[in-house]
Design a binder for this molecule. Structure first.
Ligand code: ATP
Ligand code: MG
Length: 250
């Protein structure tokens, strides 16, 4: 008897795991190297220069904060992955949830000169979901729209009801986060939800991003048996649409 086993998928998974470990190590090493460098400078040349000391301590605080965010995002990703097979069953009022997320981001947006608008919808927007995870989804999408959507513009949230969405095999809600920013080149779109993938690594780092946000978003939406659609046009803006199965409020 001959048993044939296709090992390509196993090898591919192995390769992805290796890439992931290499990426994590690199992402952690960058701020760590900066911290070590500043510790040396503070011990040596900057020892008696209070002005330089304050500046370096600020940078060190920022780099430590980045490491902290990276670890929080990694933990969050692994938590989401571990429960991806368990479908959430709560009924969540998305409109109330979106209002809360907007409230937490309004100040940061205003500081960046961005207005966040929530288009009015009359119906209750109820979906089957995990409220904490859906907060994470919309927090990241709106934060991205503010961060990369360009200053002096607006970010618009829209909710549309779909009577029959083949993807969720029934009624659904489509929530769109639209910005009027620079847009994303089509060649990046398919890779955007990969871990650590960024269009402009330097710029994302500068803004404190870890590049894990959309990977977490994708896993959460998968757990909800929903879909993420990304449309973008250079110079016009981007639209990130989350499609979730409807669930009448109980
Ligand atoms: N609305 C948008 N407009 C333009 N580019 C975007 C937009 N949203 C995401 N991107 C691009 O996609 C990349 C990945 O986004 P993601 O949310 O995964 O990471 P991040 O925002 O850099 O980090 P984090 O979410 O952890 O803070 C970003 O670095 C940015 O280049
Ligand atoms: Mg992000």
């Amino acid at each position: 008897m001959v048993a044939l086993v296709d090992r390509t998928s196993l090898e591919r998974a192995d390769e992805m795991r290796r890439d992931f470990v290499a990426n994590v190590s690199h992402e952690l090493r960058t701020p760590l190297t900066a911290l070590q460098g500043f510790i040396e400078t503070l011990r040596g040349p900057a020892r008696n220069d209070p002005k330089a000391r304050d500046r370096f301590l600020d940078i060190m605080e920022r780099e430590a904060g980045r490491m902290n965010r990276l670890i929080a995002d990694l933990l969050s990703l692994s938590r989401v992955e571990s429960e991806e097979r368990r479908r959430p069953a709560e009924s969540v009022d998305l409109l109330a949830l979106l209002r809360n997320v907007v409230a937490t981001l309004t100040q940061a947006a205003a500081a960046a000169g961005v207005r966040i608008e929530l288009a009015a919808v009359s119906d209750p927007v109820a979906v089957a979901g995990d409220a904490d995870q859906l907060v994470q989804v919309f927090h990241n999408l709106i934060e991205n729209a503010v961060k990369y959507g360009g200053a002096g513009e607006r970010v618009r949230l829209e909710a549309a009801h779909i009577d029959h969405e083949p993807v969720v095999r029934g009624a659904a809600w489509a929530i769109t986060v639209a910005d009027e920013g620079e847009g994303i080149d089509a060649l990046h779109l398919p890779r955007l939800t990969e871990r650590f993938y960024r269009v402009d690594t330097h710029r994302s780092r500068e803004k404190g991003g870890t590049g894990l946000g959309l990977a977490i978003v994708k896993h959460i939406i998968n757990r909800h048996r929903g879909r993420l659609r990304i449309e973008s046009e250079k110079g016009v803006g981007s639209r990130f649409t989350v499609v979730l199965p409807e669930m009448p409020m109980r």
